[in-house]
Design a protein around this ligand. Structure first.
Ligand code: ZN
Length: 299
């Protein structure tokens, strides 16, 4: 095989293909050169003609790894991969420019020196101002200064691991995993059990005087996701529960049973299903309102 010389691999704007440094977020130039580097590696490993997609996928993973080290949230892998391909296409377009016209494209240097930005956040960040994106897309306050630097002067580098912050992040991740597992379990239970499992309970249970929170079958709201949660206010329910002095659990079960009988709650549609927590919240709210009303009347 004919050996490639440095001159033959040199890109006239970008330079030599290279693996990018992992101490700062890569620029468009770093990405383009890394692409060529990875492509050459794949060719050397026996894949004579690696597809653009395959190379871009590998490059995208490498870029994401660096961003992950910096703890900054990134767009989806597919978007990163697409962005890599479009960045490389631009670099290739410049390569194809004939040498006599190259002076006209020199301004593209600047473009290539900019950050290959795959951050989820598009807020107009300034150091004092927090990112206002939703939680999963939010740039951590600690990293805002670094991101701003990488988008601008690029003087900072990614340092070693901050033990305290890492411990905090890990425990937050653990909490998140636990929550997701609980949601999964609840979904599974919802598909396995029928509505009547929740709506009706045996007379032994009623007379046993167990506290509401003892019964896991009634902890529907604890893990049920927002879309299936009953959000409407039920002041009359609270008043009637108080009037007949029945437990939150009994109140919820009676409502569920009536709704089920009327066909408002089915196996597929359970958005009207309520549990003891809902009943308790409504009662507390109703009592507070009654107190306020009384104090207004007496004044
Ligand atoms: Zn933001």
């Amino acid at each position: 095989m004919q050996r490639k010389t440095r001159k033959s691999t040199q890109h006239y704007v970008l330079g030599q293909p290279a693996n990018f440094t992992e101490t700062c977020l890569p620029t468009n130039k770093d990405v383009s050169l890394h692409y060529v580097f990875i492509r050459n590696e794949l060719i050397a490993s026996g894949n004579a003609n690696p597809s653009k997609m395959a190379v871009a996928e590998k490059v995208a993973s490498d870029i994401e790894a660096v961003w992950k080290t910096a703890s900054i949230p990134t767009v989806t892998h597919k978007s990163v991969s697409n962005k890599v391909q479009s960045c490389v296409s631009k670099a290739q377009l410049v390569t194809k420019t004939s040498s006599c016209k190259r002076s006209k494209t020199d301004h593209q240097d600047e473009e290539f020196d900019k950050l290959f930005d795959i951050c989820t956040c598009r807020c107009n960040l300034v150091e004092e101002k927090m990112c206002t994106c939703p939680k999963e897309r939010k740039v951590p306050q600690l990293e805002v200064a670094f991101l701003l630097d990488q988008r601008g002067a690029r003087r900072m580098i990614i340092g070693g691991i901050d033990v305290q912050v890492t411990a905090k992040n890990q425990s937050s991740m653990q909490r998140k995993r636990k929550f997701e597992a609980a949601v999964e379990r609840e979904k599974l239970r919802a598909t396995e059990s029928t509505v009547s499992d929740v709506a009706c309970f045996s007379s032994d249970e009623r007379s046993s005087g167990k506290s509401d929170s003892d019964d896991p079958a009634f902890d529907v709201d604890a893990t049920r996701m927002g879309s299936q949660q009953m959000r409407r206010s039920l002041p009359r329910l609270a008043a009637e529960c108080d009037r007949f002095n029945i437990s939150n659990r009994a109140g919820a079960a009676i409502v569920n049973a009536a709704f089920k009988g009327l066909g408002f709650i089915t196996r597929e549609d359970q958005h009207l299903l309520i549990d003891h927590s809902k009943s308790r919240r409504e009662r507390n709210k109703s009592r507070q309102q009654a107190c306020q009303q009384t104090s207004v009347n007496t004044n």
